[in-house]
Ligand binder design. Structure first.
Ligand SMILES: *Cc1c(COP(=O)(O)O)cnc(C)c1O
Length: 412
């Protein structure tokens, strides 16, 4: 994994050069687009600092990245400058983070992990319908009980049936026996096509589904399936920590990934990234998108080019080596917490390659959880409370929390 780090002046010149290749609402004769720059009464464009602020300048220029720009030469060319930056961003994510072969993938910056996950379900549903004349009652989505709610949300929208697989209470691992039994039952009921969601870190635990064990079973059962990896949470941390992982495009069993820029990467909201192998986006082509040159293959339609530029700026500012160092800092801080918990025999779940510690609720009072804004697995009857070691979680706060936790253990 490698991508080059750029200096701030290199980043600035590349973004401004891209903006200069976009159609400019100020200087060109643009009569046909229902878009324009941001309202200048509020976002004045002559502020002197803007010449040093490539992201804000892009935000104000307001390029629309509608559609997908990783294939064909047929696409909206009003904003081709910044769309090239999005292409470089997608290339970094697909080729460097997930080891895709050059040009073997498509992708775009979606509104978030939710949209990216729904896009995946939508693609595979239509793939089974088109390629195998599948009926809706022959397609099932398979996912673990710890899966993010965007998957059930997408099933609801797309009229898809779901099969939820149990996980072990302590290890949070998918119960492979339950997977096998439920798939066999589904086959007996007439299901023939399976859309499998695999978590490359769950939101509540940071647990990573054992993809090798699961695909070994699916392949043994010889079922017809497509597999999506939900890396909304883990996408920008797990691949930087874990050596030798099966979560790459080198793994033939995987067809797509979701990764959120607005979680670990500290990008603004609206920066989910969807990556998929070539020749799959065609299943969600909306041919009725007549006015969009090159058609639309996304769920969202119009989307801000500034979001793509921003994620690109973050990745290019750090470079791959810098980002890895950042993520290791978070991991070290998380490990520090776990070492204390071990010492005090407080039960918790933690995946060593992630920055989440999920505490068994019996070790923690509700008031302490409230004070430090720990998030429960359920607001009615919490079994778990999680700590997510994000960049704002400084050692001082961790120390305060641990001191209070220790005092609570003593008084018990
Ligand atoms: C946050 C998250 C999502 C949804 O992402 P949004 O960006 O909130 O739409 C999906 N899956 C996982 C595992 C997540 O952590």
């Amino acid at each position: 994994m490698f991508w080059e780090k750029y200096s701030y002046s290199q980043i600035k010149s590349k973004v401004f050069e891209a903006l200069s290749r976009n159609t400019n609402y100020r200087s060109e004769k643009i009569l046909g687009i229902p878009g324009t720059f941001l309202d200048t009464n509020i976002f004045y464009d002559d502020a002197p600092f803007l010449k040093d602020a490539p992201f804000l300048s892009t935000l104000i220029a307001n390029p629309n990245h509608i559609g997908v720009h990783t294939f064909g030469d047929e696409h909206e060319d009003f904003f081709k400058g910044t769309q090239e930056i999005e292409k470089d961003l997608i290339k970094i994510c697909a080729e460097e983070i997930f080891s895709a072969d050059q040009g073997s993938y498509d992708g775009y910056v979606a509104s978030g992990g939710t949209e990216a996950n729904i896009e995946a379900l939508w693609i595979y549903r239509n793939y089974f319908k088109e390629e195998f004349q599948a009926e809706l009652n022959e397609i099932a989505v398979v996912y673990s009980a710890d899966t993010h709610y965007s998957i059930p949300k997408g099933m609801d929208l797309l009229n898809l049936h779901g099969i939820e697989i149990k996980v072990d209470h302590i290890s949070r691992k998918i119960l492979i026996k339950d997977l096998e039994t439920k798939i066999e039952k589904a086959i007996a009921k007439g299901y023939k096509y399976f859309i499998v969601n695999i978590n490359m870190a769950t939101t509540m635990f940071g647990s990573v589904d054992d993809i090798d064990q699961i695909t070994a079973l699916l392949n043994l059962l010889r079922i017809n399936y497509k597999l999506h990896v939900d890396g909304a949470y883990g996408g920008f941390i797990y691949p930087f920590i874990k050596q030798e992982s099966s979560f790459t495009f080198k793994n033939e069993n995987i067809s797509s990934f979701s990764i959120d820029g607005h979680k670990m990467l500290q990008a603004p909201y609206g920066t989910g990234i969807f990556l998929v192998r070539k020749n799959f986006l065609k299943y969600v082509c909306t041919n009725e998108a007549g006015y969009v040159k090159g058609k639309d293959f996304t769920l969202c339609g119009s989307r801000s080019g500034a979001n793509a530029v921003c994620v690109w700026m973050i990745l290019r500012t750090h470079g791959s080596a810098g980002w890895r160092v950042n993520m290791h800092h978070l991991i070290d801080r998380t490990t520090f917490i776990c070492e204390k918990l071990d010492e005090w025999k407080v039960e918790y779940f933690r995946n060593p390659d992630l920055n989440i510690v999920t505490l068994n609720s019996k070790y923690i009072t509700e008031s302490l959880a409230k004070k430090y804004h720990l998030v429960p697995d359920s607001h009615h009857n919490p079994l778990w409370y999680k700590i997510v070691v994000m960049p704002h979680v400084r050692q001082g706060v961790i120390d305060d929390f641990l001191t209070e936790l220790k005092n609570e253990q003593k008084t018990k």
